[in-house]
Structure formats: structure tokens, C-alpha cells
Ligand binder design. Sequence first.
Ligand code: PSU
Ligand code: MN
Length: 308
Amino acid sequence: MNNSHFIISPEILRALELALPIVALESTVITHGLPIPQNIKLAQDMEAKIHEQGAVPATIALLDGKIRIGISQGELDKLAKAKDPVKVSRRDFARAIVKKLDGGTTVAGTMLAAQQAGIRVFATGGIGGVHREGHLDISTDLQALADTPMIVVCAGAKSILDLPATLEYLETMAVPVVGYQTDEFPAFFSRTSGLNVSVRLDTPEEIVSFAKAHWDLGLKSAILVTNPIPEAYSLPNEEIDPIIAKASEDAQSRDIHGQALTPFLLQRINELSKGRSLRSNLILLENNAVLAAKIAKVVVSGQGRKNV
Ligand code: PSU
Ligand code: MN
């Protein structure tokens, strides 16, 4: 780790020193995923949920070109209100560093920074994947999952993506897709997609033993844990699918592509669902933070330490 590019908060430094359970959190959801003030509240709520479980949250972001591992309330405010923040995936770090920019890290960006800092568990909402808009667009998140040994908790992926193609890519790259208490790959807003996970596991302990077995074999890929949205907040496919289809059509007719595509689709879905999707989004993010904290505790426990 080149320390000159990183600033690790005192809380995270202490947690690393004492081998306390730590959960990394991404920040593209703050800079590009949710509107103000929901983004600030969400970041605070996710951190609070992780603390409640007895783990330590590490929100990762770029501020003035420094990779921050753990940010204060003031820094969160600055990030949430940043003008033109960079969406920091893997290839964007060096640009943000040399130009001293602010930015939110994607799943791939967060995994890179968390790995460098020695954090093994990460909670997010949905991963990027293979897009379905027609031309080739595959998120770097899939490459990061392919080569970063980390437990990543998400609620599956939105059906703004080509979900079967995304799952095929993960299989090719040796990324186990774990269904937490489910056999089916969850589609973010809904608990079902009609697609199978590669393994169902029902407890944090089983997930950690599974990760150990995977990494014992010398594999470097991540373990993708998919945690379905709580039933009460799941949106019926009949309601959300047409909204997603409309958002996708709008993106194509406005010729939106590249890094701008995912943020455009997310914002359009929020608008078209009149806030219903936003509420579900917040609930599932918190739900993932809680599961990730439980997993992080097992990772550092006597049992986990022997195992992982
Ligand atoms: N999917 C979501 N919500 C999100 C993202 C994806 O449902 O906030 C964000 C994540 O940060 C993810 C990134 O890593 O978008 C993927 O962007 P791209 O497809 O440009 O790689
Ligand atoms: Mn892309």
C-alpha cells in the first residue's frame, strides 16, 4: 500500500490494529446513486447499523485526491454536496489523485481500496454487470470480483442489467454467487429473478467457512453474497419491470452510455417510481450492512480467524 495516497481515519486505524470486525462501504451510492438529503441519511444509517452489530464501518471515498478509508460527518457532507464528483472505478483513481478531485468509489473502486487497507468484508446495494442496452458495456465490478479475495454482500443486481449474462460472466471468472437463505438470485428490488445462485448458505458462519474453503484452494476471486430485500419492501416485478424498461429506452433514445449510464438509469427509476424504489433501496442497503457486519464478526472471531 502506498501510504501517500491514503488517509485512514483514527477509528479504522485502531480497528485494524485490534483486528476488530470492519465493513467497507462504497460511496458512488452517495455521489451518483441517491439524491440529497437521502444520500447523507443513508450513509449515516448504514454506519449506525454496523456499529449496532458491534462492527466498525469504513466508508471509502476520494477527497481532494486522497483515498479516504473512514470519513467523518463533515467529510460525508462535503462528499454528498461535491460539485461534479468523479465516479471512481479502477481506472479513475490515478486521475482523481493527480487532479486532487473528490469522488465516490464504485464497487470495483471500493474493493481496490479496501483490499489495500486489509479489509475483507464489504456491503453494497447492487453490483454493476453486463448492460442490456445493445452495445458492449460490462462493468469493471465484474473484473474486481474476479480478482479480489473479499466477501461482498449485495441484494443481487437490478434488472437494468442483463442478469443471465452477468451470472455467466461471474461463473467464467470463478466468482461463487451465494444465496443467503435463498436458492434464487435476487433482483435488487425483488427477491426473485427466476435465476439460480451457485450455492445457498443460511448463516454467517457457513459463509465464512465457505470463503475459507474457496481461498484455501488458491483462488483469488471474491465471494458474492446475495441477500434478498426484506419481503415487506420488495416491489412486484410487474410494477418495477416496466419502469426499468422505460428507463432503459430513455437512456438509448438520449444516447447515454459509458460511466453515465448506471447513474442515469438509477435516477430515472427513482423518478418514474415516485420514490417507491428509493425507500426499498434504502431498506436493502441497511439490510446488507447488518449481514456484512455479522459476517465480519465471524471473520475475526476465534473460529473465523482459524478459518480465514
Ligand atoms: N447498481 C445499483 N446501484 C448503484 C450502482 C450500481 O443498483 O449505485 C453503482 C455501484 O457503485 C456500482 C456502479 O459499482 O454503479 C457500477 O457502475 P458501472 O456500471 O459504470 O461500472
Ligand atoms: Mn460501463
